[in-house]
Design a binder for this molecule. Structure first.
Ligand SMILES: [Zn+2]
Length: 137
């Protein structure tokens, strides 16, 4: 489990965010990471439990597809977790909240909605438009 930072001044200075803002976002990221770690543990114990039941189960096909679903879920959680860890690394480097595309501030409000965001809303919108464009042609 990850730990909360007790005081905003314990975090390195950030390019764009105030210490208090950075601290709040750090807290959100740590909470989300811990939730995922928690859910991951439950998935693992569910899988272990399932294996015990399998020997008696006549409906193996159902059991198999259930397990596939658990694994897919776990994969998505793992990807989210690595995004969160990356965001926490950026906080350590003082680079959190900086758009990776244009170098501008992502903005506190956007980050509170999506703390793992790596690009500003302008770049995100532009990327989505490009994506839509390439699909259309
Ligand atoms: Zn940008």
């Amino acid at each position: 489990m990850l730990e909360h930072v007790k005081d905003p001044s314990d975090l390195p200075a950030d390019n764009y965010l105030k210490p208090q803002e950075l601290w709040e976002l750090h807290k959100v990221l740590v909470d989300q990471a811990n939730e995922l770690l928690d859910a991951g543990q439950q998935t693992v114990s569910a899988l272990t439990h399932e294996r015990d039941l399998e020997a008696d189960s006549l409906d193996v096909a159902t059991t198999e597809s259930d397990r596939d679903f658990s694994l897919r879920l776990a994969g998505r959680e793992r990807r989210m977790l690595s995004k969160i860890k990356y965001a926490l690394e950026c906080i350590d480097n003082g680079e959190y909240g900086t758009c990776e595309n244009c170098g501008e501030s992502i903005g506190f409000k956007r980050l509170m909605v999506r703390p793992v965001a790596r690009v500003c809303i302008d770049c995100k919108t532009q990327a989505e438009q490009l994506e839509r464009g390439s699909r259309a042609f």
